[in-house]
Every structure is written in structure tokens, then in C-alpha cells.
Design a protein around this ligand. Sequence first.
Ligand code: LRH
Ligand code: MN
Ligand code: MN
Length: 426
Amino acid sequence: MKIDKNSISDYNSQYKDTFEQEFRFVSDSLEQKGLNVESVVKKISDFQVAIPSWALGAGGTRFGRFSYGGEPSSLEQKLNDIGVLNALTKSAGAVSLHIPWDIPDDTQAIKEIAESHGIAFDAMNSNTFQDQPGAEETYKFGSLNNTSKNVRDYAIQHNLDVIRIGEELGSKSLTVWLADGANFPGQLNFQNALKYTEDSLKSIYQYLPEDWRMFIEYKPYEPNFYSTTIQDWGTSFMLANACGEKAFTLVDLGHHLPNTNIEQIVATLLLKGKLGGFHFNDSKYGDDDVTVGSIKPYALFLIFNELVYGMENNPQNPSLAWMIDASHNIKDPLEDLLQSIEAILIAYAQALLIDQKDLREAQLQNDVVKCQEILQDAYRTDVRPLVKAARLKANAALNPLDAYRSFEVRKELIKERGNKTIATGL
Ligand code: LRH
Ligand code: MN
Ligand code: MN
């Protein structure tokens, strides 16, 4: 299934008049406030978020998994699905591979398929939380933090293999997320576990190609329910500093205890030039990985406010690697991803509307009410016409979800791949 440019422009032509009216209304009022709408639209249109290779199939929980039909069963098919997302949105021009779930058999062929869809290879993820058939060592009691040197070396080697695969594909970064931790008090010597983790990360870092970056992801709990060795941004930051200037912290929105002020973490890391990557999702309770913006859209907007500020004011921080880290078991996975992409772009667009100059002045005058008004004025603006304008500019669909349904993509995929499909990965 491939959606070509012509079908997208035919689809768009039916909505063009309505779109133009909506756009004029919003852009006129924003221009009157002194905003450069064209530059906002360009920024939205330039924004690209990577799709994780595991998210194209319906997710499962430990209580079951319900197939959606037409799900991809190979990396080739996953790339084709991302191709559909990218054709519809022109914002999903990258994939983030999880190894060993998605080891390419034929690297050249995979590169060609990706290229034909305009998909780049973003950060490589080195999963060391699961034993593979025939594995020589087990990660049951940890990987990079394991008390056994053999296991640590085995996990280090896996990371080096992932870097090699990434190099062949043209990726430029490695994301390390460790499930390592303890389920019960006393199980683990915290100091040794941290020391082993630091030494292992340094060994991997030593082999990181010159133009690569390493992202260290943190998470407070799950799958371990007593302690996780890299539990928070502080630990990740400390480890990134210990490794060197190519190592950074990665923030996953779901990896915080309830009510954590994530936007403040983002601001701190940007100031220190150590924010490397970002995993988008939403949650109510824990690492729920539900659709971006489905539960706390205002929190997402406040995070984007800090990101936008950082992108404009923190040259010490490199550009960020963005990835969606969400999936659900009762939605069509592609529709779910389209909703996530939409939510990300909306939050980004809202944050771009914040009058930074007025906000600084109000902050200097300690005008608390005005500060809040400025943020909420941006948040309460309907920015959807700006997102649509960005899409039109990039030859994407004005309404990607509606287009997906009207092109009957899922029906086509079921026809191609069958109804009883199981996506590889999670
Ligand atoms: C861990 C995580 C991490 C993994 C992915 C499958 O919870 O967020 O990024 O790679 O989920
Ligand atoms: Mn994540
Ligand atoms: Mn997670």
C-alpha cells in the first residue's frame, strides 16, 4: 500500500476552501498581534518525529493482545506502514529501530525501502531487557548492572553490535534504556549496580563513532518494582557527564512519578546542554504509553514551551531526537500514531505562539496573572489551521486521519497481509 502525491492533492482539493477560510481567520488575528505566521508554519512543517519500529502492530498487555489485522510482520512492512504515515503527514520521516526485534536481513534493501518513503534512521535502541532464543547469557538479573562480568560484557557487546547495524543504516545515535534494577529490598547492592552501569556505559561510549550521540533513558520503575538503577533524570545526567560530551539524557514523558514537573526537568537539561532525546506518550498512572495529548494536553504544551525556549536560547544543547513511544491495544495502530503526531504538532504550534517578549516582561514585573494569561492565550488558540497549512506546504493531507479512512488503508493492508497478523516486537 503506497499513497501517492496525486491522491493526496485530489483529497485536499475538496477541503481547500474551508481550510483557506479557517486559516485566514487565525492568521489575520495572529499577525495583528505581531506574530510571523509564515515562520511558525515553516517550523511546524520542518518538525519530524521518529516512529518506533515496534509501534506498527496493536500493542498488548499482559492480559492479552487483540490483533488488528493487516499488521506488519517484517521490517520491510513496518517501513511501508511508516511510509503511509509519512505520506499523510510529512512529519513522520524517521524510524527508530529496536534491536534485536528489528535486525535488518538485507541492510541495503532496507535502506532503499526507507529512502523510497523519505524515512531516515533515527536513534537505534539496544534492548537488553529480554533474552533471545539461544542467548549465551541471561538478563534475568540485569544487563549493564549485572553482578556477573560475563553478562555485562555480553550486554556491552550487544550495544556495540547495535551501533554497527546503525552505522550501516546511516543512524547517528544510540538510545540505551535499561530495565535493570531489583524487585525486592536487599536484592541488589545499589552502589555496585550503579558503578557497574557507569563502567559499562563508558565501555560502550568508548566505541561510539565520532559523529554519534548516546542517549541515556531513565525510568523510576517497571519491570522492576522496588528499584531501577537509572531511576531518574539526575542519575541519567550524572552518567551522561561521566561518559562525555557525546552522551545525553533522554526524557520519556511516561517515565516519571505522578505530578513530576517534567517541564522543569526539560529546562534544566537544556540549560546544561544535556537534553538529547525525547519520547512522546501520555499517561494517567504510570508508563501507560497512551496516545500523546489524550490525557494531559496542557502539560504537553508547558513542556513544549520549555523546548521552544531552549531551541531558541540554548545553542549549547544540540538538536533533539524526537520519537513517539506510545501504542494501544484497542486502536488501529496507524490511527493511534496519526493522533499522536497531530497532538505533538498542536502542542508545538501552541508553544510557538507564546509571546516570549511579553512573557519576559511580565516575569520581570512579577505580574503572575499576566504570565498565566500569556501562556493560556497561546494554549487556547485553535492552531489546527496552522498545522494544516504546514501540511499543505509539504504536500501532506489536510486531515490525515480522515484521509487514512477515506483511502481505506486498513482494508487494503488486510487484503495484502491477511486478517490474522501478529506484528513482531513487543
Ligand atoms: C521503556 C521504553 C523504552 C523502550 C520502549 C519499548 O519503558 O520507554 O524506550 O525502548 O519503552
Ligand atoms: Mn521510552
Ligand atoms: Mn516507557
